[in-house]
Every structure is written in C-alpha cells, then in structure tokens.
Design a protein around this ligand. Structure first.
Ligand SMILES: [Zn+2]
Length: 83
C-alpha cells in the first residue's frame, strides 16, 4: 500500500512538473541562466524553484557555455530530463 502511495505521488508530481516544464533541451546558442554559486550544478530556462534559491549572481550565458565552461546539467524543474 505504501508503495502504491509513493508511486501515485510520483505520478502526480510528474504531471505537475510536465505542465510547467519545457520538454526540449536548449540548443547550443540558446541563452540559459546559471547561478554562480559553488553549490549550483544546473542551468535554467527561467527563475524556477531551484534558481530562486540561488544566493549568488545569476548569469545569462549560452547553453554551450553553461555545459562546457560551467559544467552544468539541465535543471530538472526547467527541463524534462530525458534518459
Ligand atoms: Zn531551473
């Protein structure tokens, strides 16, 4: 039963996230937002839940720079991560 509830919660969260998230990842030249904190690990499409927690400077860079220079991964709030 507990497993079922966790599964249901997961589905509900996924549906909720799908409504606000972009499906496609940005192209190399698309601009994304990165938080310049040491703890930051993602790049963002907009000021999402994750980026709002950023206490450092937020920079706008191309997706290519975010990945290659800042070593960032797509934010799970902003982008629907595809495996
Ligand atoms: Zn984000």
């Amino acid at each position: 039963m507990k497993k079922f509830l966790i599964f249901f919660a997961f589905i509900a969260c996924s549906l909720l996230a799908a409504n606000t998230s972009k499906v496609a990842l940005p192209k190399d030249n698309d601009m994304v937002l990165v938080c310049c904190s040491e703890k930051a690990y993602a790049y963002h499409d907009h000021y999402c839940t994750g980026l709002n927690k950023c206490e450092a400077e937020v920079k706008k860079v191309s997706a290519k720079v975010a990945v290659n220079t800042y070593k960032r991964k797509p934010c799970k709030f902003c982008y629907k991560i595809q495996k």
